[in-house]
Design a protein. Sequence first.
Length: 133
Amino acid sequence: TENVKRLIEVTNRVADGLADKSELGETICRLEGLVSNARKELAGQQDIQPETAPPDQVEQMELEKEIVDETRDVLARSLDEFQAGLSGMRNFLDDEDKDHLITGLQQVWVASQDMVQVIKVGDLAEKSAGTQI
């Protein structure tokens, strides 16, 4: 995503001494805000309630609920991993240990790729649901 790309660019410039640590701190802070907003949005989503479905649709809705719940869990874990990476990178701001940048950025990258996959699966599921009668 553009946000991760920006983080990588800023991290590289700071590591090479071409940018000030404050720019990295601002970028981390902005991303932490996005993670916080994503968590709130995830928590605010309504659950699928198969018990409210007509009897002939209960089984299908139970399956959909299982898929949605698993997707939410994967996304929540990815957000946790993303935040852990940002926190590790924030440690660099205190001690300038570049290992914090490397490890943190790796965590952010892996988490962002997991989130992209969840979004792709969700998009495919919506398209599939839209084609069913």
